[in-house]
Write a protein that binds this ligand. Structure first.
Ligand code: PLP
Length: 378
């Protein structure tokens, strides 16, 4: 059996060698508690502040605007719940295609009665007219629209949305977990108030994330404790994880243009090949500006429960947005929000490529996929 092919980089990525080295260096040499007053503490503090400054520089922020968290989910929760808590009366408006880290947090902020869903078009792009109306009529406490979608790759007009929110005086959060390292994410170009990042999507470790909090943005902490991270994320900081995150983000940004051009060409080859080989295949969000890394396809007539396991058995690892609840596969909320009928929203596959993807990976997927579809078509 040939080596399995990994086409699930949107789920997670392997740790970059430089990030691993930086992590080991901190764990073995700078393992003090950054809050300690002695020299071990001072060394750890210096490493943490260095990581903060480096990550801030990647996105054009001031170091004081970066709050380290234990992952993207935590950063999203801190943004949504933290801002929503300051004004419990007003609604929270989030795009229908948000990651569950935002959607579920928005629901938790005050039940579904407080949640206003911003619709998207057939390509998964937010309806800006609808958002303008929500800003006018509902005066939300917060608007949250992701920078790029994790299932279909649609890139949102965040610059425009951020400007509209700023004009309306409404705080704007964007989940930039899938965008960082793949698109230029600069806080000096997009006037967002909050941005969530995650290290493991760009070659950093799992369980490390950050929230950009623009100066002057007011939010409540979700955890209570020792006052670390300006009181917004208390708990002894994971200096090794923060350092590895900063190193990985720097590397991803330095290579971004070159890597993304190469990956986009591979993705296009994969997509064109799939369309040629599989009758009726639909590329989702094809009309939207998209991340160069993601191709989400629907295969009408294929058994949604069999598609991915059959692909996995053939040595190709991909994913889908469908959730498997008690044995039954339910269609992805993203594809459903885009208006796809269940026949298309159910049997969908997300292929996602990354910096280690090769032409051989793509050829192997093209060889295997039509065979798998044949087998699982009902
Ligand atoms: N937001 C988006 C768009 C994601 O793709 C993910 C990861 O799946 C997250 C948030 C959650 O990040 P983490 O896995 O670091 O909690």
């Amino acid at each position: 059996m040939p080596h399995p092919v990994y086409l699930d980089y949107a789920a997670t990525t392997p740790l970059r060698a430089e990030a691993r080295e930086a992590m080991l260096d901190v764990l073995s040499q700078r393992w003090g508690n950054p809050s300690s007053g002695h020299c071990w503490g001072r060394e750890a503090r210096a490493a943490l502040e260095d990581a903060r400054a480096r990550l801030a520089a990647v996105v054009g922020a001031a170091p004081a605007e970066i709050v380290f968290t234990r992952g993207g989910t935590e950063a999203d929760n801190l943004a949504v719940l933290g801002v929503a808590a300051r004004d419990a009366e007003r609604p929270v408006a989030v795009a229908a295609v948000e990651h569950k880290a935002v959607l579920a947090a928005a629901k938790a902020a005050g039940g579904s009665g407080r949640l206003v869903t911003i619709p998207v078009d057939r390509d998964g792009v937010v309806d800006v007219d609808a958002l303008e109306q929500i800003l006018r009529d509902r005066r939300p406490a917060l608007v949250s629209v992701m920078w790029a979608n994790n299932e279909v790759g649609a890139v949102q007009p965040v610059e425009r949305i951020a400007a509209l929110c700023a004009e309306a005086g409404v705080p704007f959060h964007s989940d930039a977990v899938q965008a960082l390292g793949k698109l230029p994410v600069r806080v000096d170009r997009v006037p967002a108030d909050l941005l969530a990042f995650s290290a493991h999507k760009l070659g950093g470790p799992r369980g490390a994330g950050a929230l950009f909090v623009r100066r002057g943005t007011r939010l409540e902490p979700m955890l209570h404790g020792g006052g670390q991270e300006r009181g917004l994320r208390p708990g002894t900081e994971d200096v090794a994880a923060a350092t590895a995150f900063a190193v990985a983000a720097e590397r991803a940004e330095a290579e971004r243009e070159e890597t993304m051009a190469r990956v986009a060409a591979l993705r296009d080859r994969l997509e064109a090949g799939l369309c040629e080989r599989v009758a009726g295949l639909v590329v989702n969000a094809a009309g939207a500006p998209r991340l160069p890394t993601i191709s989400n396809v629907s295969v009408p007539g294929a058994d949604p429960e069999m598609l991915l396991p059959a692909l996995d058995m053939e040595g190709v690892a991909a994913s889908s947005g469908s959730a498997c609840n008690s044995g039954a596969v339910s269609a992805s909320h993203v594809l459903t929000a885009m208006g796809l009928p269940v026949e298309l929203a159910g049997p969908s596959v997300r292929f996602s490529l990354g910096r280690d993807s090769t032409a051989e990976d793509v050829e192997r997927a093209l060889e295997v996929f039509p065979r798998v579809v044949e087998r699982v078509r009902m």
